[in-house]
Design a protein around this ligand. Structure first.
Ligand code: SF4
Length: 275
């Protein structure tokens, strides 16, 4: 049997891989990773160290576009309700690889959803047909994210740094359009250059396409876009972050096109598959 772990660089997919490798030490196992080219540089460090421990190289696939490039091409800004980046930049390249390399008749996919994400199971199972999907962490419903991170440290690995910076997931360098208000407030506090980078791109998008935003808010019962620039202004007004964070950064990180530490290893070559 061929066992394919949907490897995100997050703690859930790592723990799933550990479970599968222990349970099926003699089977062919692939760690399938879709690179969206804006990952935190520490994700690649974790990928390298975790795959070395598992003894399985990462199999990297890549569409070649970053999320905002896709938003421009589709004239659609990803947001909490609809995020085409996930489907186009992650699922599609993985599916193309599976078609080439994994016969559904003798392949099992593994997705590292945690017990708190049970409601996502039907969508994931349906989305990966005709491949059969299993969720190793669902057999361990009492394992919290903290437990997974502690397990990771116990075996000698340093978990991806985004977790210790208040992020729930290690993807897209914290720039996930599915994140809510608190997620983006945290990004502004921890990585103001990354926030400013997306703020600028969102402003450019709005200048062409109109009043759309990654975030929404409800006022007087009406949903409306909440631009990142407005969220930053409010955070500055209440003293949560220094005023003019963005002005200070505009001559450095922004002018180089992307902040340091994001997609720093984007040009990495694909690595071998385990098969
Ligand atoms: S992590 Fe978020 S921003 Fe990145 S591809 Fe997935 S949905 Fe899009």
């Amino acid at each position: 049997m061929h066992r394919v772990i949907q490897w995100s660089g997050g703690i859930g997919s790592w723990a799933s891989a550990e479970i599968v490798v222990r349970r099926y030490p003699n089977d062919a196992i692939t760690l399938l990773f879709a690179d969206v080219l804006i990952e935190d540089e520490d994700l690649y460090r974790f990928n390298d160290e975790a795959s070395a421990r598992l003894g399985i190289p990462i199999t990297r696939v890549c569409d070649g576009r970053k999320p905002f490039e896709l938003f421009w091409q589709q004239h659609f800004l990803g947001n909490a309700r609809l995020a085409p980046c996930s489907k186009v930049l992650k699922q599609k390249p993985c599916r193309a690889w599976l078609k080439q390399n994994a016969d559904p008749r003798d392949t099992v996919l593994y997705v590292g959803l945690e017990a708190t994400e049970q409601r996502r199971i039907p969508g994931v199972v349906g989305g990966w047909k005709p491949w059969h999907v299993e969720f190793p962490l669902m057999r361990h419903p009492l394992l919290s994210k903290e437990d997974l991170l502690a397990w990771c440290r116990r075996v000698g690995l340093t978990p991806p740094r985004l977790y210790s910076s208040g992020f729930l997931h290690n993807n897209c360098a914290g720039l996930c359009v599915r994140g809510g208000h608190e997620h983006w407030r945290n990004l502004l506090r921890v990585f103001p250059d990354r926030f400013a980078w997306y703020e600028r791109q969102e402003e450019d998008f709005r200048a062409v396409h109109g009043d759309f935003a990654i975030l929404k808010e409800t006022r007087n019962g009406q949903g409306r876009p909440l631009p990142l620039s407005e969220l930053r202004r409010r955070e500055e007004a209440r003293g949560a972050v220094p005023v003019s964070t963005r002005r200070r950064l505009s001559g450095t990180a922004l002018s180089r096109g992307r902040p340091l530490g994001v997609g720093a290893t984007a040009s990495r070559p694909a690595v071998r598959t385990s098969r």
